[in-house]
Design a protein around this ligand. Structure first.
Ligand code: SF4
Length: 701
C-alpha cells in the first residue's frame, strides 16, 4: 500500500459509508496491513461507521480467504488447488459443452447486489453476448425488487431515495415501514435523531419493538403480512378526515378515483381486525403525518419481501400522493436499499429483464442502443429470462450449468434446503468468491477473487449517489478480479475483445450504454466522482457545462410520459401462508447489527462473530409461557418446508403471535430453510417476511 491515506467506501451495506484506508507497517516485516481511519468529510456518514465497516480490512489478510483456484477432483470428490489456466479452461469447456448439448439457455448466470457497477454491467454483457443466455438474474431480486416495481409504476422511474438523506432531518414527519436502521445501518440513525431534534415526528411500523422503534413518537406493530391493509386504512382515514391534497391530486397525478375507491373498502375497524393496530393509533398516525408541513414514507424489506410486496409499496405511495407528499421539497416516498450496490446493481443489466441504463430488455429501441455499444446485432440478444428464485429452482432441470458471482444462495435463498438441492443437482457449478462460502463449497470450480480494497470500481448508494471505491492495496498472489475472470472466460469462448479488466475502461463503456436511459450515467466520470464526493444520477453528458447530477427527483414532473404520478389501486389480501392448527405461529426474519446478509464475510471476522455468534428465536413471554419455554431453551421453528433451530430469546418487544429469527447463518440455524418462496406476481420477490410455523423443542426431530 502506498503511504497516503486513501478515501474509499465500506464494502457492505447500501449506505456506502465513506472511510479512509491507511497502510500500517507490521513490526515483523510481514508487509503492510490496512486500517480504517475516519473520513469525517464524507457527507453521508460524517466519519461514523458500524462494527462491520470498522472491521472490514480484517478479511483482506484473513487466513480463511481463498488464494488459489480450486477444482473438484474426480478421484477424491474434494476441491483441490489448481492453476488459473486449468480452472478457467475447465469453466470455459464445461459452459461451451452445456451450450452445445442443451442450448444457450441451459447455462445460467447468477450475480449479486454487492458487485460494483462495472462488474454488474460486465456480467450482464457476458451472459448475453458471450453465452447468449437469457438465464441471468441476481440476489438483488430478494432485496428491493418490490419497491423498484412499485416505484416504476407510480413515478416512471425507480431510484431508492428520490432525495438525499440530508433532507430527512428537515422534513416534518417520517413514517418508517419495516426498517431497523439502528441495526442495519447504524450511522443512518442520526438522520432520524436529528429529525426529532428539529421537532419532526417519527412513526415506526414494525411487528417488533426494535432499537429503531424505540426512537419513535408512535410505534405501530401490525401483524406480519398486513402492511398493505395498514396503509389502506391510513389512506381511508386521510379521506374520511378530509386531509387529501386535492390540488396536488388534480395537477400532478392520475388514477385517484380507483385508488380512493379501493382505500374506502378498508375502514379503520376492519383494518384493526386485520392488522391488530388499534383505530386510535391509526388516527394518531394520520394526524402526525398530515399535520406536518412536509412528510416522507420510507420502506425497507419489512413490507417489501412479500408475495404482495409491490402492491404494499403502491399503497404507501398512494398515501404520499393523496396527501401531496411526493414530488415536492422535503417530501416523498423512498426505499432504503439494503445491499452495498443494491441500487447500481439493478441498473446495469444483471437483472433478468433489463439492459444497462435501466432499459427494458424487451424494448426494441433499448436493444438497438445497447447492441450498438456492444458491437453486436440486436437480434442476437436474448430476451428476458427467469427471476432469481425461478432460476435457482430450475437448476438441474433445463438449466444445467451455472456461473455464480457475489452471492451465497445456500444461505440467502428462500426454501434454502430445496435450493441447495437444486445447486447440487447441476451438471456444473462455477463460483467466484473471496472465501469458501456455503455455495462455493458445492462448486466444481471455485475462483478466488479480489476484495473491495484491492480494486477500484463504482457503487451507487441508496440515494442514487454514484461513488468511487479506490484500490488501496494489492491483492495477494493468486487472486484475480471478477473483471479479469470474465475477460479471460470471454477470450476462451471466442470473444477476445470487449471485456476489459480495467474498471475505469468498463465504466467509460457503461456511460455510453446508459446514455439516454432512465439511469443515465453518461455525464459521470471517475474524476468527477472523486472531486464531488459522488454524483447523483441521472446525469446526462452535456456539451459545455457539465450536468450537475440530480439529487432530488420529480420536483417539476414525474418520469412518466405525461409527467403525472400514477395512483395504483390495490386491495388487501392475506399472506400466501396463514397460520392454522398445525402451524399456528407467524415467523418473520431479519438482521442483526454485527452480521451482513448471508454472513459469508462477517461470520469470518472474529470481532463480529463474537458479537453475534449464531441465530436465536425471539418470542413473547406469553408465547413462552404457553409453550413452557425458558430463556435460552433450544427451539426448533418448523414450517412445511423444514426446520431451523436456535436458543429462545424472550422479549416483550415482539407481538405475542409472532417469532423472529435472523437469517445470517447456515446449517441447523438456517431460517431460510423455513421461509416461503411464494412470489410477488410483478416483482417476483419471495415472501421472506412471513410464513406459518410451529415451535417445538430442538431436540425433537
Ligand atoms: Fe458499512 Fe453499512 Fe456499517 Fe456504513 S452502515 S459502516 S456502509 S455496513
Amino acid at each position: 500500500m502506498r503511504d497516503e491515506t486513501i478515501p474509499t467506501h465500506c464494502p457492505y451495506c447500501a449506505l456506502q459509508c465513506g472511510m479512509n484506508l491507511r497502510g500500517v507497517r507490521q513490526p515483523d516485516a510481514a508487509g503492510t496491513a490496512v486500517e480504517v481511519v475516519e473520513r469525517p468529510d464524507f457527507p453521508v456518514n460524517r466519519g461514523a461507521l458500524c462494527g462491520k465497516g470498522r472491521t472490514s480490512p480484517s478479511l483482506l489478510s484473513s487466513r480463511v480467504r481463498l488464494t488459489a483456484p480450486l477444482i473438484r477432483s474426480h478421484a477424491t470428490g474434494r476441491l483441490e488447488p489448481a492453476t488459473w489456466e486449468e480452472a478457467l479452461r475447465t469453466i470455459a469447456d464445461r459452459l461451451r459443452r452445456t451450450r452445445e448439448e442443451h442450448g444457450a439457455d441451459a447455462v445460467g448466470v447468477f450475480g449479486g447486489g454487492g458487485l460494483t457497477n462495472e462488474k454488474a454491467y460486465t456480467l450482464g454483457k457476458f451472459a448475453r453476448v458471450v453465452l447468449g443466455t437469457s438465464q441471468i438474474d441476481y440476489n438483488g431480486r430478494f432485496c428491493m425488487s418490490s419497491a423498484a416495481a412499485a416505484h416504476g409504476k407510480a413515478f416512471g422511474l425507480d431510484r431508492g431515495l428520490p432525495f438525499p438523506l440530508e433532507d430527512i432531518p428537515r422534513t416534518g414527519c417520517v413514517i418508517l415501514v419495516g426498517s431497523n436502521l439502528a441495526e442495519t445501518m447504524p450511522p443512518a440513525l442520526r438522520y432520524l435523531t436529528e429529525l426529532k431534534e428539529n421537532g419532526g415526528k417519527l412513526i415506526v411500523i414494525d411487528p417488533r419493538r426494535t432499537k429503531t422503534a424505540e426512537q419513535a413518537d408512535l410505534h405501530l406493530a401490525p401483524r406480519p403480512g398486513t402492511d398493505l391493509a395498514l396503509a389502506l386504512g391510513l389512506l381511508h382515514e386521510v379521506v374520511a378526515q378530509g386531509r387529501t391534497d386535492e390540488e396536488f391530486i388534480a395537477t400532478r397525478t392520475t388514477g385517484w378515483a380507483d385508488a380512493r375507491a379501493a382505500a374506502m373498502a378498508h375502514w379503520p375497524e376492519l383494518v384493526e381486525r386485520i392488522t391488530g393496530v388499534g383505530v386510535p393509533e391509526l388516527r394518531e398516525a394520520v394526524r402526525l403525518f398530515c399535520d406536518a408541513p412536509s412528510a416522507m414514507v420510507l420502506t425497507a424489506r419489512g413490507p417489501e419481501q412479500h408475495s404482495k410486496g409491490t402492491d404494499t409499496v403502491s399503497a404507501w405511495i398512494n398515501l404520499c400522493l393523496a396527501t401531496g407528499r411526493a414530488g415536492r421539497p422535503l417530501s416523498g416516498y423512498g426505499c432504503l436499499t439494503g445491499q452495498g450496490n443494491g441500487q447500481g446493481g439493478r441498473e446495469h443489466g444483471q437483472k433478468a429483464d433489463q439492459l444497462p441504463g435501466y432499459r427494458k430488455l424487451d424494448d426494441p429501441a433499448a436493444r438497438a442502443h445497447v447492441a450498438e455499444v456492444w458491437g453486436v446485432d440486436p437480434e442476437s440478444l436474448p430476451g428476458p429470462g427467469r427471476s432469481a428464485y425461478e432460476l435457482l429452482d430450475a437448476l438441474g432441470g433445463d438449466v444445467k450449468s451455472l456461473l455464480l458471482m457475489g452471492s451465497n444462495p445456500v444461505v440467502s435463498a428462500p426454501r434454502a434446503a430445496h435450493i441447495e438441492g437444486r445447486l447440487r443437482s447441476l451438471d456444473f457449478l462455477a463460483v467466484a468468491d473471496v472465501v469458501l462460502s456455503e455455495t462455493a463449497a458445492l462448486a466444481d470450480v471455485v475462483l478466488p477473487v479480489t476484495q473491495w480494497a484491492e480494486e477500484s470500481g463504482t457503487t451507487t448508494n441508496l440515494e442514487g449517489r454514484v461513488l468511487l471505491r479506490r484500490k488501496a492495496v494489492d491483492a495477494p498472489a493468486g487472486v484475480h478480479s471478477d473483471l479479469q475472470v470474465l475477460g479471460a472466460l470471454a477470450g476462451l469462448l471466442g470473444h477476445e475483445k470487449g471485456f476489459p479488466a480495467d474498471p475505469e475502461e468498463v465504466f467509460e463503456e457503461l456511460r455510453r450504454a446508459s446514455a439516454g436511459g432512465l439511469a443515465d450515467y453518461s455525464g459521470i466520470t471517475y474524476r468527477r466522482i472523486a472531486e464531488e464526493d459522488g454524483v447523483f444520477w441521472p446525469c446526462p453528458e452535456k456539451e459545455g457545462d457539465p450536468h450537475p447530477g440530480t439529487p432530488r427527483l420529480f420536483l417539476d414532473r414525474f418520469a412518466t410520459p405525461d409527467g403525472l404520478a400514477r395512483f395504483v389501486p390495490v386491495g388487501h389480501r392475506p399472506a400466501a401462508e396463514e397460520p392454522d392448527a398445525e402451524y399456528p405461529v407467524l415467523l418473520t426474519t431479519g438482521r442483526v447489527v454485527a452480521q451482513y446478509q448471508s454472513g459469508a464475510q462477517t461470520r469470518r471476522v472474529d470481532e463480529l462473530n463474537a458479537a453475534a455468534p449464531g441465530p436465536f428465536v425471539e418470542l413473547h413471554p406469553q408465547m413462552a409461557e404457553r409453550l413452557g419455554v425458558r430463556e435460552g431453551d433450544p427451539l426448533a421453528v418448523v414450517s412445511r418446508r423444514g426446520r431451523a433451530t436456535g436458543p429462545a430469546r424472550i422479549t416483550t418487544g415482539i407481538r405475542p403471535d409472532t417469532v423472529f429469527m435472523p437469517f445470517h447463518w447456515p446449517g441447523e440455524g438456517r431460517v431460510n430453510t423455513v421461509t416461503n418462496p411464494a412470489l410477488d406476481p410483478t416483482s417476483r420477490m419471495p415472501e421472506f417476511k412471513v410464513c406459518a410455523v410451529r415451535l417445538e423443542p430442538a431436540d425433537r426431530g
